[in-house]
Design a protein around this ligand. Structure first.
Ligand code: SF4
Length: 279
């Protein structure tokens, strides 16, 4: 298990990368650069994430059961999307370097198609839970704070810290689909790892956090359980071993198709398989 003063430190982003592909952790730590696949879906995710930062301001302008609320929220979101599209290349210049205007336009129109659903869901959350409750789950008291736990040698940067019922808790923004109930397992562990960092910063147990499924305007609360903490420490230990030199097995997935480590990764697997025939 991880111990205080272990020399190799980790970041929450490396735990998330481990979920996707442990080998990417290995290559990245050894100085190789992971190039994003700048597809329309990738740009869509950046746009949605930026748009989500405007949800608190939009929500704060409405009260429960206001007449024509869905239409007004949708209109505000459309205005905000225009602003986000104008600024996105200034906010993410590295990630969008070389993105063609056609690709940008495809992403913009895909996000535009989500806006009605986002507006409907935000409006129904205002009606169901009240504006103040919704705001306490999504309105940040800090944005992108850098947190560090000396005890587990882990750092991380939650998209937001929110103050809910007097508790400072992490909130993460996800741009993919949401599950029927609760949150995806990896999202639960993401919140759990950040909760452990917030605990050390604020010297108070963090029992829960939030996941914002921004493409749909849906917010889910997630309780951080002992088993989540156990899993996080276990995965952290594996990441540490990888950084220390253990090459993980290749995890073949759709990710491999656009991974710029692919050639090096296949060559490495071939070498391992050849060696296994002799030893
Ligand atoms: S090619 Fe596939 S298995 Fe290899 S590093 Fe990339 S994503 Fe991981």
């Amino acid at each position: 298990m991880l111990r205080q003063n272990d020399e190799i430190k980790m970041n929450v982003s490396e735990l998330l990368m481990y979920f996707r592909c442990p080998r990417q952790v290995y290559y990245l730590y050894r100085g190789h650069e992971l190039m994003p696949d700048v597809s329309s879906q990738y740009i869509e995710s950046l746009l949605i994430k930026e748009l989500a930062f405007a949800y608190p301001d939009i929500v704060s302008a409405y009260s429960s059961n206001a007449e024509g609320m869905v239409e007004s929220v949708v209109e505000s979101l459309e205005t905000e999307l225009c602003r986000v599209c104008d600024n996105i290349e200034l906010i993410h210049p590295g990630e969008l370097e070389g993105a063609s205007p056609e690709l940008m336009e495809d992403a913009r129109s895909a996000v535009s198609e989500c806006i009605k659903q986002i507006g409907t869901n935000l409006a129904s959350a205002i009606n169901e839970h009240g504006k103040e409750e919704l705001l306490s789950c999504i309105d940040p008291v800090k944005t992108d704070p850098i947190l560090y736990s000396e005890r587990i040698g882990l750092s991380g940067m939650p998209a937001k810290l929110v103050c809910h019922d007097g508790n400072v808790v992490p909130s993460v923004i996800k741009t993919g689909k949401y599950p029927e109930n609760g949150v995806w397992n990896n999202d639960r562990l993401h919140v759990g790892a950040l909760a452990m960092l917030v605990e050390e910063e604020y010297r108070k147990t963090v029992e829960y956090g939030f996941v914002e499924y921004a493409r749909y305007g849906i917010v889910r609360k997630v309780i951080v359980r002992a088993n989540d903490r156990r899993q996080i420490l276990k995965i952290g230990n594996r990441v540490k071993k990888i950084k220390d030199g253990t090459m993980p097995d290749k995890k073949e997935s759709s990710l491999c198709e656009h991974c710029n480590f692919s050639e090096m990764c296949s060559a490495c697997s071939a070498k391992v398989s050849l060696a296994s025939r002799f030893f």
